[in-house]
Write a protein that binds this ligand. Structure first.
Ligand code: DGT
Ligand code: CA
Ligand code: CA
Ligand code: ZN
Length: 581
């Protein structure tokens, strides 16, 4: 099986999380041991099942007890310690950790003293004002927790899965499905294919030779991630994973694939409009085909393109299928143009700042491999927790200067930095030092709780600094974990226009910031946007594609996205900011 490494990583992460709950301490020695083992194994080659305990222990960060558990997982298919912890800490308890301000220690106390075993329990305890009397809680923290719960609820984060969890999970499932004999196609549809930032469930469609459904479904339900089967039919199965994510699988015949993918991608509103279009032509559209109402002759079913074409429409990209005017635009021929080639990445971290995991050289090589024409290295500045002072950045600049000689024009390196925006809008270093960079990003990394007027002033002040070319991850949110800072978005957009400061479309899945909603609000403005990966490892450069999907989902035009322009125009643009003409 190809995903044994994933199984090991899942096991270690779950062990870390459950041990943390068990001991009521995120800093426990054991928790950190599991976490560092996971990190070490993540960057290791596959073929873990071939290694003995002694060989496993040779991996830096993997101790004897972890190595034994990896072996146990391969040999027994399960790990006793983990089963024990799961029995003690059910998933409804684990879910409590999603709430900001509730650490393992607090969860432990809530369980012991109030019998809170789930978010529902927590909500009733809050309603009855039971938390404030607990030692270490008080009225203030009770209020904070209540606010955190209702915020999560508003964002749908309690019953929806963040895309950072759903996408890798879906990719694992389809990789496994593609290994099954006779399978010729496996893909995810639903809101995930439309690139929603959270999903209710994951929809997977598999197609291939006739009669493959039983073996496909068998392979699906026996994946290590599956907790239980919700329902099973002749060609569809729904399961729930250990982390509580529902996955719906459908097996279709190859000639139905286009109709099935179209139907299960949705959105529902988009489907309804398409069906109305079909009806107006005397046809019917369902998950099997577009066909004649009378007699049932099939008009199109194999590909989505054929179905759209039969309905007199160009192919509509999944990210646009939200019933937000895309069918009307498609009919008029005014769908937004695809953003095309991205010339480079302009938010990338290296080992120079604390949280970067790849060296400058590795990042440059990976950027070249992606065919980039330009790259900005933007490590964290000194006021960020993982940031650095002047000397390491000047050293980095010297290294970049030396590399430019070798690279010639094949890849243009910009020496950048990611400044931290202080609570009053102040920035790191001084104006002269900041002016020495080719590309300054400024972003919020702390003080998320300030009020709206203060946050707005804070960001606008950073925009007024001539060195700041772009505001990074504007809201500073973490999808499903932390809401964004409160901002007067219209004021921020106006200030970005006035100062000529670009706004980032950050493609890191935990962030996706700006959000599509915010991008849509900014779409009619004269603001320039930049797609970035915010990569902390060379393997994360591909996240720029997610930024692109989000920008397309917000209907941004290529003209609005600076790193889709011609290289020379882009480089001139980086040099000095000014309001767009
Ligand atoms: P989610 O899972 O809540 O994030 O959103 P979706 O869009 O993935 O919704 P889901 O999983 O309930 O259904 C997947 C797709 O299947 C949906 O986008 C469109 C299609 N679909 C489901 N139910 C209906 C329905 O009642 N009518 C129509 N026309 N399409 C449906
Ligand atoms: Ca879905
Ligand atoms: Ca579904
Ligand atoms: Zn940042």
């Amino acid at each position: 099986m190809a995903d044994t490494k994933h199984d090991v990583l899942d096991m270690l992460r779950e062990l870390a999380e459950l041990t943390m709950l068990d001991e009521g301490d995120p800093q426990s020695f054991r928790v950190r041991a599991y976490e560092s083992a996971a990190q070490a194994i993540a960057s290791q080659a596959n073929d873990l099942e071939k290694l003995s305990v002694a060989e496993l222990m040779k991996i830096d960060g993997v101790g004897k007890s972890t190595a034994a558990k990896v072996k146990e997982l391969f040999e027994q298919g399960k790990v006793e310690k983990l089963e024990e912890l799961r029995a003690k800490h059910p998933t409804s308890v684990v879910a409590l950790l999603k709430i900001q301000g509730l650490g393992p220690k607090a969860v432990k106390r809530l369980r012991a003293e109030l019998g809170v075993q789930s978010i529902a329990d927590l909500k009733s305890a809050l309603a009855e004002k039971k938390l404030r009397v607990l030692k270490g809680f008080g009225e203030k923290s009770e209020e904070k927790i209540a606010t955190a719960v209702s915020r999560l609820e508003e964002h749908g984060a309690l019953d929806r899965v963040p895309i950072s969890v759903a996408l890798p999970l879906a990719e694992r499932v389809i990789a496994r499905m593609r290994e099954v004999d006779g399978v010729r196609h496996a893909s995810f549809c639903g809101s995930l294919r439309r690139f929603s930032e959270t999903v209710g469930d994951i929809d997977v469609v598999v197609a291939g030779a006739a009669g493959i459904a039983p073996s496909v479904m068998e392979a699906f339900v026996s994946m290590g991630i599956v907790d239980h089967v919700l329902g099973r039919g002749a060609t569809k199965t729904s399961v729930v994973t250990r982390r509580g994510t529902q996955i719906d699988l459908r097996v279709v015949e190859e000639h139905q694939l286009g109709a099935a993918r179209l139907y299960f991608t949705g959105s529902k509103g988009h489907n309804i409009k398409l069906r109305q279009r079909a009806l107006a032509r005397g046809w019917t559209l369902n998950e099997y085909a577009l066909s004649e109402l009378e007699g049932g002759k099939v008009i199109a079913s194999e590909t989505e393109e054929q179905i759209y074409a039969a309905l007199g429409l160009p192919f509509i990209p999944p990210v646009l299928r939200e019933d937000a005017g895309e069918l009307e635009a498609a009919e008029r021929g005014t769908l937004p143009r695809s953003l095309g080639t991205v010339l480079g990445d302009f938010h990338v971290h290296t080992t120079v700042s604390g949280d970067g995991k790849s060296t400058l050289e590795a990042m440059v090589a990976a950027a070249k491999a992606r065919g980039y024409r330009a790259l900005a290295l933007t490590d964290h500045a000194e006021n960020t927790v993982s940031g650095v002072g002047r000397a390491p950045l000047l050293e980095q600049r010297a290294a970049i200067t030396a590399m430019r000689q070798e690279l010639g024009d094949s890849l243009r390196l910009l020496h950048g930095v990611e400044l931290n925006i202080g609570a009053e809008g102040t920035l790191d270093y001084d104006a002269e030092f900041r002016a020495g960079f080719d590309f300054c990003i400024a972003s919020v990394h702390d003080r998320f709780d300030l009020d709206r007027a203060v946050q707005t002033r804070r960001v606008v002040a950073a925009m007024r600094d001539p060195s700041v070319r772009m505001i990074g991850h504007l809201s500073a949110r973490m999808i499903g974990a932390r809401p964004g800072i409160e901002l007067d978005l219209d004021a921020v957009i106006a200030a970005a226009e006035e100062t000529g400061t670009a706004l980032e479309v950050n493609g890191g899945l935990p962030r996706l910031d700006m959000s599509v909603d915010a991008l849509r609000r900014a779409r009619e403005s004269k603001v320039d946007f930049v797609l970035t990966s915010d990569a902390h490892h060379e393997s994360e450069l591909g996240r720029v594609d997610y930024a692109k999907l989000n920008a397309e989902r917000a209907w941004l035009a290529p003209e609005q996205v600076a790193n889709t322009w011609e290289l020379e125009r882009f480089l001139r643009w980086t040099e000095k900011k000014a309001p767009r003409a």
